[in-house]
Structure formats: structure tokens, C-alpha cells
Design a protein. Structure first.
Length: 68
């Protein structure tokens, strides 16, 4: 027989599964920029291939995220 703790664990696991599912990366067909939108510096090929649809270099992306 399930007790309150078992039900709470089941609910916590369910909520975790839902959160993970929502945050899974959806395949994108967007093409990455070759040059950073903010600094006009070239974006390394590895970054372009790894992060589909990237628009900025690592440095500028860090600045954007810091402003949020």
C-alpha cells in the first residue's frame, strides 16, 4: 500500500519528467550565423555546428545572458 511519502515521490518524479520533456532540445533547421551579430567577429565553426541557429560568439552571448 502506498503511503504519503510514496505518493509525494511519484508526484515529484512526474513533475521532473515533465520539466525535462519541456526543456529537451527541439531539432532546428535554422542556419547558424558565420559572424557575430553584436561584434561582427567570426563565429568558430564548432560553435556553428554545435549550437544550431547561433547568432553570437561565446563572449557576446555571455554578455547577453548577463544582462537578463
Amino acid at each position: 500500500m502506498a503511503d504519503d511519502i510514496d505518493r509525494a515521490n511519484d508526484q515529484a518524479q512526474y513533475l521532473l519528467d515533465v520539466a525535462i520533456h519541456r526543456n529537451r532540445r527541439v531539432p532546428s533547421s535554422r542556419i547558424s550565423a558565420q559572424f557575430c551579430e553584436d561584434s561582427d567577429e567570426p563565429i568558430p565553426l564548432l560553435r556553428q555546428q554545435t549550437i544550431e541557429g547561433c547568432e553570437t560568439c561565446v563572449h557576446c552571448q555571455g554578455l547577453r545572458e548577463a544582462r537578463r
